[in-house]
Ligand binder design. Structure first.
Ligand SMILES: Cc1cc2nc3c(=O)[nH]c(=O)nc-3n(C[C@H](O)[C@H](O)[C@H](O)COP(=O)(O)O)c2cc1C
Length: 370
């Protein structure tokens, strides 16, 4: 009698490198100097908001549907007219060259391979044109700071259009840099080389003319009306990043935003603000179907993505997770982050009894009483 060798039933795919997101994070942290590690990990002030982001995500419990007859869950969606293979955008984290020399060029290539999309930072190591050239299918949204001389801002919008981007992300919660205790303890100053991709020394706009504003404010903060007028000069749709209240979300939509990114900047700007997740319901109620909703701040797992989508976000933005992937293994590390998120999301949706990310809603959740 011949016997067929039994095949192992495993939890791993072929590639067991970085079997979990915590392994990616650990590898990233191990390779960074203490000051850069703190710049990446840390938050503003006493890090109350940083902690709140996690507490809010952990407060929700699933209400699973069982015996549903459903097949493999569908993760595809679209945002600002851009099709996505999974409901994930990578955040515009500046100073990306601190984590890997290829920075957002590597992030964009990884996104292209895994069906995600990049929000490319204005304060990046590589210029927005170079990131677009690295992976045009993924480099679709360019982030800008609404500050400085309007002429410089218009010039930046023209560059974004000319480079083929489909949308603009305007960061509204950063009129000045947050009070970061960790950076101060380390006497950490950003090397101009890692944030000057868009403003090289040989270029027409000096770096400190744009980003100097973040540290030494000499001009008033722009108003929604000014932002609306200035954004009306581009044909591209735009999203307001850093919205935390129904009032700000309504003002953004009234000013012409097609989407809002509910975010407290990963707890890095104003300490003491609520968790981004906790603000989703009031913002969803305020804007209805007038604009799309994204969420970031605290997302560390596929389960977190599912919770945020069930509470009303259409896509989720990952900041530190993507940066950890980049620091751990360059573009391959970012790809691994997406693969692990995707596989975990499929598992969660199957166990939860949801056929696709688009059908998630509050009926799949209940709040855990403390
Ligand atoms: C190292 C680092 C640099 C960042 N730089 C920027 C930036 O230049 N512009 C911006 O709008 N947000 C910036 N952010 C915030 C992210 O875009 C995003 O809102 C935040 O990381 C989301 O929270 P999470 O890290 O918990 O996912 C940065 C975040 C990190 C970690």
């Amino acid at each position: 009698m011949t016997t067929t060798p039994q095949k192992a039933l495993g939890f791993f795919g072929e590639d067991a490198d970085f079997a979990t997101l915590s392994e990616v994070t650990d590898a990233a942290r191990a390779g960074l100097s203490p000051d850069v590690r703190d710049f990446l990990d840390g938050g503003a002030g006493r890090e109350v908001t940083l902690r709140r982001n996690r507490q809010a995500l952990d407060r929700w419990a699933y209400r699973p549907r069982v015996m549903t007859g459903l097949g493999v869950p569908d993760l595809a969606t679209s945002f600002l007219g851009i099709p996505l293979g999974l409901p994930i955008l990578t955040a515009p984290f500046g100073a990306d060259g601190l984590f890997h020399p290829e920075g957002h060029r590597a992030v964009a290539r990884a996104n292209a391979a895994e069906g995600a999309v990049s929000i490319v930072p204005e304060a990046g190591t590589h210029c927005l044109e170079a990131v677009a050239e690295a992976a045009p299918v993924a480099a679709r949204i360019a982030q800008v700071h609404p500050m400085g001389r309007p002429a410089n801002f218009f010039a930046l919008l023209h560059r974004i259009e000319d480079a083929g981007y489909d949308a603009v992300c305007v960061t509204v919660d950063c009129p000045t840099a947050g009070w970061r205790e960790g950076n101060r303890r380390h006497r950490f100053n950003l090397d101009p080389a890692v944030i000057s991709g868009n403003y090289p020394a040989s270029g027409p706009v000096a770096l400190d003319e744009v980003f100097g504003q973040l540290f030494t404010r000499t001009e008033p903060v722009w108003t929604w009306a000014e932002l609306g007028e200035r954004m009306a000069t581009t044909r591209l749709p735009w999203m307001a990043k850093g919205v935390l209240t129904a009032e700000a979300a309504s003002a953004a939509v009234d000013a012409g935003a097609s989407a809002v990114l509910v975010s407290n900047h990963g707890g890095r700007q104003l300490d003491g603000t609520p968790a981004a997740l906790d603000q989703l319901p009031e913002i969803a109620a305020a804007i209805g179907d007038r604009a799309q909703i994204a969420l970031d701040s605290g997302i560390r797992s596929g389960s977190d993505v599912v919770t945020a989508l069930a509470l009303g976000a259409e896509v989720v933005v990952i900041g530190r997770l993507a940066a950890y992937g980049l620091a751990a293994a360059g573009g391959a590390g970012v790809r691994r982050v997406h693969q692990l998120l995707r596989d975990e999301m499929r598992t969660i949706l199957t166990l939860l009894g949801a056929g696709s990310v688009r059908e998630l809603g509050p009926a799949f959740l209940q709040e855990v009483r403390p």
